[in-house]
Ligand binder design. Structure first.
Ligand code: GTP
Length: 199
């Protein structure tokens, strides 16, 4: 995936040890790092979306990592969980298993990032395959409500607008979260800067 220097391919050094393929880079308010997670074949690579956009008055550069699910890990490897500002959890409405793994996936993210709020959106993909549907829209809505996440059902191959909408929803939550964290830090550290020296 192209993008900023914070992403680099996995490589093996002279020692033979595997180097991490993501380098940590603190993102600014106007930069949003999103990882797409989900079981094999749910259509994550169809959800790739990369550009700059004004989201709620904020010029935002998206950096999107389309993970590859390996051995059922849904792409949720430690470096990915550490790197992202927010997550898009994708399942396929025509495969119940891909839906059922989401609760554990959500738990894994929460446990890894404990102590911090992690913006997450849940996406039910392949809604165009109505005749093969195994997961109803109501089930998707219920799970999202239970986990406290926004929910979108869409067809990545037929409705790009909805894919954009899903990214913007997540991006909005990430920006809100960053603003709140910044306000808190400003209050803590700003107070020291404003203190007058005692005479
Ligand atoms: N009908 C339909 N097919 C889709 C849709 N989105 C993706 N697909 C198809 O689903 C298949 C799997 O999509 P991928 O994007 O490769 O899935 P993935 O989640 O990246 O899979 P891994 O890389 O193995 O983790 C491909 O054949 C896509 O064309 C959709 O909205 N509707």
């Amino acid at each position: 995936m192209s993008g900023s220097a914070s992403l680099a391919e996995s490589s093996t050094g002279s020692s033979g040890a595997l180097k991490p393929y993501l380098k940590r880079k603190k993102s600014s308010l106007g930069e949003t790092k999103i990882a797409i997670l989900g079981y094999e074949g749910v259509g994550k690579s169809e959800c790739k979306y990369k550009h700059s956009a004004i989201v709620d008055g904020e010029n935002t550069a998206f950096e999107i990592l389309d993970t590859r699910s390996l051995s059922g890990d849904c792409g949720a490897r430690e470096d990915v969980l550490r790197w992202a500002d927010g997550f898009m959890l994708v399942y396929s409405v025509v495969c119940r298993k891909t839906f059922e793994v989401l609760r554990d996936l959500h738990k894994k993210i929460e446990e890894f990032r404990r102590g911090t709020t992690v913006p997450i959106v849940i996406v039910g993909n392949k809604s165009d395959l109505a005749h093969m549907r195994q997961v109803t829209q109501v089930e998707g809505l219920k799970l999202a409500a239970e986990l406290g996440c926004p929910f979108v059902e869409l067809s990545a191959s037929e409705d790009v607008t909805k894919v954009v909408e899903a990214f913007h929803t997540l991006c909005r939550d990430i920006i809100d979260y960053k603003r709140r964290s910044r306000t808190f830090l400003d209050r803590v550290f700003g107070a020291f800067g404003r203190e007058k020296p005692s005479s």
